[in-house]
Design a protein around this ligand. Structure first.
Ligand SMILES: Cc1cc2nc3c(=O)[nH]c(=O)nc-3n(C[C@H](O)[C@H](O)[C@H](O)COP(=O)(O)O)c2cc1C
Length: 278
């Protein structure tokens, strides 16, 4: 419903306005209104939390998607092992963080890639059972994301699409693909700089991991979770003379197809190309 303001309202706030005026908020149509509801937690009031899958005793979904036992795996160096140089202090990292879209040809080392993966999804505390605390926060510790890494220039890692396995801190080869660079750029609305990255982090959501606990209140917090993950990537990049750029614009179906995820129970929600920077 449009809201109308008398001319005096605009005079009072210093806007010269001779006729009646409609503000943008009031113009929001019902579709916008519905879409905005995702940003709000109103849905929580409508959920009977005694009936969520968790409350009904359904098994908690796996915190890591199973991996083909025949897949080639690469052990990633742990905190004690990696050599990534002296990182900047936190204040400098926060101050210098910015979206970087120009990358050097220099490859990332496996230590650097391992560090970035740990910083974004690494497990910091192995607790009993399924609950695992990670370097990033996640609503209900559900950790609904899988990290795919499209490797273009990582030392000793042949190009291909890999997946991070946080439980064992490993990288597993998912598959290789002809013309991977071209297909990825095309699936990302032709954002060419993505093809110049050394590696591209692609985060896919498995919504049931969070729905199991929060039902329809899951979807908003899944997106909030993803923000934390990408921010950690930004800051970790600052520690290794690398840079990244959050990317939220892409062709959903094309990217899901490229990653060979089903688009329903698992789908891409965010990505970030990474590379060494000047
Ligand atoms: C959710 C989100 C989506 C974004 N999507 C894109 C994108 O598709 N392409 C792009 O070039 N930059 C993208 N960016 C980067 C923003 O343009 C960038 O953060 C903004 O211009 C501020 O610059 P700064 O990060 O250097 O401070 C995105 C950033 C966020 C947080």
């Amino acid at each position: 419903m449009a809201r109308f303001f008398p001319p005096t309202y605009f005079r009072n706030i210093g806007v010269v306005q001779s006729t009646y005026f409609t503000d943008k908020t009031a113009m929001a149509d019902s579709l916008t209104h519905k879409s905005r509801m995702l940003l709000k937690d109103t849905i929580r009031k409508e959920i009977d939390f005694s009936k969520t899958d968790q409350s009904r005793g359904a098994e908690q979904p796996s915190l890591q998607k199973p991996c083909d036992p025949r897949a080639k795996r690469i052990d990633l160096p742990t905190i004690a092992e990696w050599s990534i140089g002296k990182p900047p202090d936190l204040v400098s990292a926060l101050f210098n963080r910015q979206s970087r879209r120009t990358y050097l040809q220099k490859p990332l080392s496996i230590d650097e890639l391992g560090f970035l993966l740990w910083a974004t999804q690494g497990i910091r505390e192995h607790t009993e059972g399924r609950l695992k605390y990670r370097v990033v926060p996640s609503a209900g510790a559900c950790h609904p994301l899988e990290t795919y890494v499209v490797c273009f220039r990582v030392k000793d890692v042949p190009p291909g699409i890999y997946r991070y396995l946080p439980v064992g801190h490993e990288l597993a080869l998912e598959f290789t693909e002809d013309k991977l660079k071209e297909k990825l750029v095309k699936a990302c609305q032709k954002q060419e700089f993505i093809g110049n990255a050394a590696a591209v982090f692609v985060w896919a959501a498995l919504p049931y991991r969070t729905e199991w606990r929060y039902s329809l209140a899951a979807h908003r917090v899944i997106l909030l979770d993803a923000g934390h993950v990408c921010q950690n990537l930004y800051l970790a990049c600052e520690a290794i003379e690398a840079g990244c750029c959050a990317v939220g614009a892409y062709d959903q179906e094309a990217l899901d197809r490229l990653l060979r995820v089903d688009g329903e129970n698992e789908f891409v929600i965010y990505l970030a190309p990474v590379g060494k920077v000047q």
